[in-house]
Design a protein around this ligand. Structure first.
Ligand code: GUN
Length: 295
């Protein structure tokens, strides 16, 4: 049997970023509006520092303004909340992202709920979560949105397909399930307590793996020809002491069974930042009551 097609998230995301940059130019030239994204990082988590640096670079490349706020790990919660109130009231800031995880002494949910829902480009505020669930005009979490774009590009209409989402996090699993319901898929959300996980996954035309467990989904769990979206980014140590990035899917096995699969790296990862820029553009257009074609 032939190997699965690779779903190229680098290529798709760079095209999406070019489209966004075109729209940003249009807003600037015709309406004198420049979308602005504020990113708040508390502490020195190295993975978060890498994400924030990349976000800054991509934001500038798209022609947007980037505002970075880096605070020490022991910043009191009330100072973070005061910063967010300031950003909510800053007309140059259209999107606010607070990098997670936050240090333990800060209540993440309280911080998320302090963000103006209109500027909540992560789509984590309960207002946006509720709108996504009830069919309104939500800002949608970036990783699930990017995953859905890759799926639609590969499969066209998703209506009637069986989708299994492995993982039930607020950041990926739950919003992913909502998006797939909106596309008229038959959706199963599997998790650590699911009985016979391989049997559940084997029914799926679409498998979304978002559990954070390296190479957990095995090739013989998959229905031949299915489409696999691997959201995992796990850094593992090799026997020779080297390090390697792997997903939540055993790629070497899955590529022999699936019809199409996202690699790690180069699959879903680059889509997340592209969708963050997309959400910032959408938020900016809505705040200025300017029309924007669906992107
Ligand atoms: N940390 C890991 N993923 C994300 C994300 O999508 N948004 C934020 N704010 N923090 C994260």
């Amino acid at each position: 049997m032939s190997e699965a097609k690779l779903i190229d998230g680098n290529l798709f995301s760079s095209r999406l970023r070019e489209t966004i940059a075109d729209h940003v130019r249009g807003l600037r030239d015709h309406h004198h509006v420049v979308p602005g994204l504020a990113v708040v990082l508390v502490g020195e988590d190295p993975a978060s520092q890498v994400y924030v640096r990349t976000k800054h670079k991509r934001t500038i490349e798209a022609g947007m303004r980037s505002f970075e706020h880096t605070l020490p790990a022991d910043t009191p919660e009330h100072e973070v909340l005061t910063l967010i109130h300031g950003l909510n009231n800053d007309p140059e800031v259209h999107g606010i992202l607070v990098q997670l995880p936050l240090p333990k002494h800060i209540d993440s949910q309280k911080v998320i709920e302090a963000i103006d829902p209109a500027k909540d480009v992560d789509g984590f505020h309960p207002i946006n979560v509720g709108r996504l669930a009830s069919g309104g005009d939500a800002l949608v979490p970036c990783t699930p949105l990017g995953s859905l774009m890759l799926l639609k590009d590969r499969l066209g209409k998703l209506a009637g397909l069986d989708a299994v989402v492995v993982g039930r996090s607020n950041i990926v699993g739950k919003p992913m399930a909502q998006l797939l319901i909106r596309e008229s898929c038959t959706v199963t959300v599997a998790h650590s307590q699911t009985r016979d996980l391989p049997g559940v996954v084997r029914r799926a035309d679409i498998v979304i793996a978002a559990v954070g467990k390296p190479e957990m989904v095995r090739g013989d769990w998959l229905k031949p020809g299915c489409t696999v979206i691997d959201v995992g980014i796990n850094r593992i140590e090799l026997p020779d002491g080297g390090k390697k990035l792997v997903g939540d899917v055993n790629f070497a096995e899955a590529v022999k069974v699936a019809g199409a699969i996202t690699p790690v790296p180069g699959g879903v990862g680059p889509m997340t930042i592209a969708c963050l820029l997309r959400n910032t553009l959408v938020a900016c257009a809505r705040q200025h009551r300017l029309p924007l074609k669906d992107i």
